[in-house]
Design a protein around this ligand. Structure first.
Ligand code: URP
Ligand code: ZN
Ligand code: ZN
Length: 479
């Protein structure tokens, strides 16, 4: 099985150059000028377009059981929509119930994900703590290709991890060479504000952002960062949405702490006025956590991307249809939290980031693919255009346009937070494992074609951290 992409401009996180790229058996075999065409090779004309590493979305929730319902997008429909948007890999989340075995939950999610159309991996959430959890974390890292664990600092009375769990789990991550990640919101404050707002008669979606103000995220970000600092672990903050959290990251990084931040296109582009929409179902369609923020936060997030204090873009793709959102008709805190985006992430970021001059094309590649691959130890298998790398690629048409709409998107949900937005710069072709699965609007995704991708422990950041720890090893006083 071979594919030759001719005449495109290869764009990576660090360089761009014209070249042909030959993919054989799912791997990049050759890069160069005027490459010979092997017998039977499919040829794809890349002229006038950029060839970039396929997108990696490090934060999705396909068919997640959450808030009394199940996310409407399954692993096939969601990864297929990703391919239509240029994304060729996802890292989804296994979220065990408190008291549930991590391994049992992991195998459940592996079963669900078998129908994926593109490659996938898993972070595993730590929703409770015990010796068994510690042991199973070890098992997941040693034998199941998991190198990151997620901690929800919000969602009290459900999956929230309190400080004792954070400390125990971060310490265990350090022992295992795994990256702790956090959803940073102070769950106690959110719970308190939700109850208070409802008591005041504030039951609609407009109360959602009021129950999760920016300082609630800033406090949790600061707490997680300082726990990581104290224990000497790296830390990855998912869906950073506020200036407050960003300031904490920037402060920590200025002191040399390896803290990484992820941003969602929605937080870069939408503001909290959406929750005051007169239609209940429209306002509820935007309910996700953390919520969309007042305008000033968006400019701060763009500056975070430009300055290197934010590192990845994700979607937190977690779809609920209008009938599911309606569960919170009389109580905003019961609206299932989540919005879609896997199909739109790359085009929205290109349009608002590259076209506007906020980001270079190289930064775009870093933010949509390479940085994620590096942080979660997939590089250079993913996130790179190199001989030997997986042939996961996107051919980008900088002049192509699309008007985003729930009527036409491939995501299995009846709402799109970017409804009506026209973007310039779209994937004309998406290549997964060397096969063209999206071609000028023709989606050829196949259930089960995606592979589970194991991520080895000890991403490179641990090298420097272990040397630091060695240097700072406590010494007893000899008396
Ligand atoms: O609202 C969201 N983000 N739903 C999915 C769960 C999470 O917090 O990531
Ligand atoms: Zn979250
Ligand atoms: Zn999430």
């Amino acid at each position: 099985m071979s594919l030759l992409i001719r005449g495109a401009t290869v764009v990576t996180h660090e360089e761009s150059y014209p070249a042909d790229v030959l993919c054989v058996d799912g791997v990049i075999r050759a890069i160069g000028d005027n490459l010979d065409t092997p017998a039977g090779c499919e040829i794809l004309d890349g002229s006038g377009r950029y060839l970039m590493p396929g997108g990696i979305d490090p934060h999705t929730h396909m068919q997640l059981p959450f808030m009394g319902t199940v996310a409407s997008e399954d692993f096939f429909s969601g990864t297929a929509a990703g391919l239509a948007g240029g994304t060729t890999s996802i890292i989804d989340f296994v979220i065990p119930n408190p008291q549930q075995s991590l391994l049992e939950a992991f195998h459940t999610w592996r079963g669900w994900a078998e129908k994926s159309a593109s490659d996938y991996g898993f972070h595993v959430a730590i929703t409770w703590w015990s010796e068994q959890v510690a042991e199973e974390m070890g098992e997941l890292v040693a034998h199941h290709g998991v190198n990151s664990f997620k901690h929800f600092m919000a969602y009290k009375n459900a999956i929230m991890a309190a400080d004792d769990t954070l400390v125990a789990s971060f310490e265990r991550c350090l022992q295992l060479g795994a990256v702790p990640t956090v959803h940073a919101e102070n769950g106690e404050l959110v719970y308190h504000l939700q109850r208070k707002l409802i008591a005041q008669g504030m039951t609609g979606p407009e109360a959602h952002p009021l129950s999760r103000p920016p300082q609630v995220e800033g406090e949790a970000a600061s707490r997680a960062i300082r726990i990581a600092e104290t224990l000497g672990t790296p830390l990855y903050l998912v869906h950073v949405s506020t200036r407050e959290a960003l300031d904490e990251i920037a402060y920590a990084r200025a002191k040399g702490q390896p803290v990484y931040g992820e941003v969602l296109p929605g937080h870069l582009l939408l503001d909290d006025s959406v929750y005051r929409h007169p239609e209940w179902s429209t306002a509820a369609g935007y309910v996700m956590s953390p919520p969309f923020r007042p305008r000033e936060h968006q400019e701060a997030l763009w500056r975070g991307l430009q300055s290197g204090n934010l590192h990845t873009t994700a979607t937190d793709h977690c779809c609920f249809c209008a009938d599911q959102k309606a569960a919170g008709k009389d109580d905003f805190s019961r609206i299932p939290n989540g919005t879609a985006g896997i199909e739109d992430r790359m085009a929205v970021l290109w349009d608002a980031g590259v076209n506007s001059g906020r980001l270079s094309m190289h930064e775009f590649v870093a933010l949509t693919s390479t940085n994620t691959a590096k942080i979660f130890n997939l590089f250079p298998r993913k996130g790179a255009i190199r001989v030997g790398a997986d042939a996961d690629l996107v051919l980008w048409d900088p002049l192509g346009t699309r008007t985003i709409s729930a009527e036409t998107h491939h995501q299995r949900v009846d709402f799109n937070i970017f409804e009506g937005r026209t973007v310039r710069g779209i994937p004309s072709h998406t290549i997964s494992q060397g096969r063209v699965l999206w071609a000028d609007g023709d989606l050829r995704a196949e259930p089960g074609a995606g592979r589970y991708v194991e991520r080895p422990a000890y991403p490179s950041v641990f090298e420097v951290l272990s040397r630091r720890a060695e240097h700072q090893r406590p010494t007893p006083v000899q008396r």
